[in-house]
Design a protein around this ligand. Structure first.
Ligand code: SF4
Ligand code: SF4
Length: 282
């Protein structure tokens, strides 16, 4: 795996690119939201519809800055029937320091055509629609998770985006946040991203010790989070499941399901890095 390359500085991202993003930031009160951003209440109505008839159809799938999270990679590689390693090598680029300096982020790598299209954009629309990344599902909303560890439980907030190129706001269809989340089947993505946010919060404490970033521990963490197929091989090779008190049914689910394996990966990584974990050593 070409871990560590090709890293780039997020400050150098194209300034007119479209932004599909999930925001995660620390805040203590509502005053800590970025300036001008007011969260929608769950029941607040907004008008939006995206369909092949809008004159901007597929505009947002070109020249787009999009972060990809571990569950996005998992869903994409399964949809495309390729390995997680191939998915990373073919469709992502690493970005250092986007959320914090201690773990790289992944961003969608755009095609090198003149329009910088998403590599999954076909003539008729999205070629990976069923398993498209969470940011594509969430748009035109953006989701923010308050991960202030002092407050214990995390809270989520949704914001409405407003981009001149997007004409879906003029369409005659009303949603609430709750309805949009259900319509786009975001719950399963949000659940996995909450687990990821907790994992990334551990990374943000610089848990690598004297090795620093880019050392063997961080490489291991990268494999566990993003390269789930190679992590599966590692789990089998080192009999990792047998080292912890895990009910037989759960072990079976972990062996059969990438989602369950990713959940185990996060808990195992916390154990590996000395952070609180739900795993009990035998
Ligand atoms: S994954 Fe699909 S919806 Fe998302 S930017 Fe690419 S083509 Fe568009
Ligand atoms: S309506 Fe908005 S989300 Fe839909 S294709 Fe147009 S720009 Fe993209």
């Amino acid at each position: 795996m070409q871990y560590g390359a090709p890293a780039s500085n997020p400050d150098q991202l194209c300034c007119d690119a479209k932004h599909f993003s999930q925001l995660t930031f620390m805040m203590k009160t509502i005053k800590d939201f970025p300036e001008g951003m007011v969260p929608l209440s769950k029941k607040e109505q907004f008008q939006f519809k995206c369909h092949p008839g809008v004159d901007c159809y597929m505009t947002c799938c070109r020249n787009v800055d999009m972060f990809l999270y571990p569950y996005d990679i998992l869903r994409l590689k399964n949809f495309l029937q390729i390995s997680s390693q191939q998915c990373i090598e073919n469709y992502v680029r690493l970005v250092q320091g986007a959320a914090h300096p201690y773990f790289p982020s992944l961003m969608l790598r755009l095609s090198d055509d003149a329009e910088k299209s998403c590599p999954f954009l076909g003539d008729e629309g999205c070629n990976v629609y069923k398993d498209r990344p969470s940011a594509c599902r969430t748009y035109p909303l953006e989701r923010a998770v308050d991960r202030n560890p002092e407050k214990g439980a995390e809270s989520e907030f949704y914001f409405m985006t407003s981009h001149d190129y997007c004409h879906g706001h003029g369409e005659d269809k009303n949603f609430t946040v709750k309805k949009w989340v259900r319509d786009q089947r975001l719950d399963e993505y949000n659940l996995m991203e909450e687990l990821w946010t907790k994992m990334d919060t551990v990374f943000s404490t610089n848990p690598w010790g004297g090795e620093g970033s880019g050392g063997p521990k961080q490489q291991m963490a990268f494999t566990a989070c993003y390269d789930i197929d190679n992590f599966r091989l590692m789990v089998a090779e080192h009999s990792l499941l047998d080292r912890f008190s895990i009910p037989r049914d759960q072990k079976r689910r972990i062996r059969e399901s990438d989602e369950e394996l990713l959940k185990f990966a996060y808990e195992w990584l916390k154990y590996f890095l000395g952070a609180p974990t739900s795993l009990l050593v035998k």
